[in-house]
Design a protein around this ligand. Structure first.
Ligand code: ADP
Ligand code: MG
Length: 339
């Protein structure tokens, strides 16, 4: 009898896990921005170079980490956000898997600087391909700065698979918009190759949308509001003339998380029935607040999919809320001259 099974070393396991969480620079952007939000930051700065291929850096003014936590944060399954499996159904953080930093550090050159409010000095950790290169004491502001350089430096196949800077930048902007839309009460800035792409002050939801998509958006927004015992729907839909041939701005959030749900997106689109020119897609910015016990977010590593207890009721409620808003604003069906 010959035994052939071995436990994979940590750095190999981390690299494999990274394949699920980190597809491209935009995935790093998402994970780092979410960590900054979970740290209660009110000001978050994102700095990228070469569409994030050579640098993704996130600087926050959140609660920072202790010396030990700074080191532990790069371990797999190391998290401050849940303690038991049951906590998954009472989540009020973006993170819970404790995998992002371990994954990112396995496939990039990472520098973490972090300091907690009560400490005089902070820590700087350099980690490359899961190996800690140095840890030293540094003078740094309260909060955290994480730089992720040379993504996929040790996985050439992955690096070569990255698209052009234009395409990767679009993905980065998409993630940035999703996170910034979900959190208008946090200030966000984005710098690309040294120049400012976005500077979003703390604001209300309407103003945040306008700051991202331009002043002309303001007059096109129709508010949607619906509160029942089990959920709250809020946000805006674009007036039908704001619809586009290409997929418009379609943002659907559940408990402040951007979610892809073809089924519920259909509920929203179908409320526009008869109001759009054929082939056009509506724009919407809708938030659903539900009891965390009625959803399961742990079905995909990137957490952009969700399982609802009662999807059919949600469908009906969403559709009627949007219909109601469009009706209230006297938006009548348009005649489709193009047909
Ligand atoms: P998760 O977010 O799922 O807990 P991560 O790997 O993203 O896993 O982060 C591990 C831990 O590191 C977090 O639980 C948190 O305690 C700490 N951490 C990460 N980023 C920050 C940050 N920007 N500020 C403060 N703590 C952080
Ligand atoms: Mg995280």
């Amino acid at each position: 009898m010959a035994d052939i099974i071995q436990l994979l070393p940590d750095h190999v396991a981390n690299q494999i896990a990274a394949g699920e969480v980190v597809q491209r620079p935009a995935s790093v952007v998402k994970e780092l921005l979410e960590n900054a939000i979970d740290a209660n930051a009110t000001v978050i700065k994102l700095i990228i170079k070469d569409a994030g291929k050579t640098l993704v850096q996130v600087i926050d003014n959140g609660k920072g980490m202790s010396t030990t936590d700074a080191r532990l944060s790069f371990e797999r399954h190391a998290t401050s956000k849940i303690r038991t499996a049951d906590d998954l159904f009472h989540l009020n953080t973006k993170g819970f898997r404790g995998e992002a930093l371990a994954s990112i550090a396995a496939i990039a050159h990472v520098e973490l600087k972090t300091k907690q409010e009560q400490d005089e000095v902070g820590n700087c950790i350099v980690i490359e391909g899961s190996t800690i290169v140095s840890q030293e004491v540094v003078v740094t502001p309260t909060g955290t700065s994480i730089s992720v350089k040379n993504l996929f430096f040790n996985i050439p196949a992955r690096r070569n698979f990255l698209k052009s800077n234009t395409v990767e930048l679009r993905h980065v902007f998409d993630e940035f918009h999703r996170v910034a839309l979900a959190h208008p009460t946090i200030s966000f800035a984005l710098y690309n190759n040294g120049s400012e792409s976005f500077n979003l002050p703390i604001s209300n939801y309407r103003q945040r949308i306008v700051n991202i998509f331009g002043n002309k958006t303001n007059e096109k927004l129709v508010p949607v509001e619906e509160v029942t015992e089990v959920l709250k729907i809020s946000g805006f839909v674009g007036k039908p003339e704001y619809s586009k041939k290409s997929r418009g701005e379609q943002y659907f959030f559940v408990n402040d998380r951007f979610i892809k749900s073809p089924y519920l997106n259909h509920a929203i689109s179908s409320a526009f029935e008869g109001l759009l020119k054929s082939g056009n897609h509506p724009s919407y910015f809708l938030n659903l607040a539900v009891n965390p016990q009625t959803i399961d977010i742990n079905i995909h590593p990137t957490k952009t999919e969700i399982k609802f207890d009662d999807e059919h009721t949600l469908y009906a409620l969403l559709r009627s809320a949007v219909k109601h808003s469009l009706g209230q604003f006297n938006i009548a069906p348009v005649l489709d001259f193009e047909r």
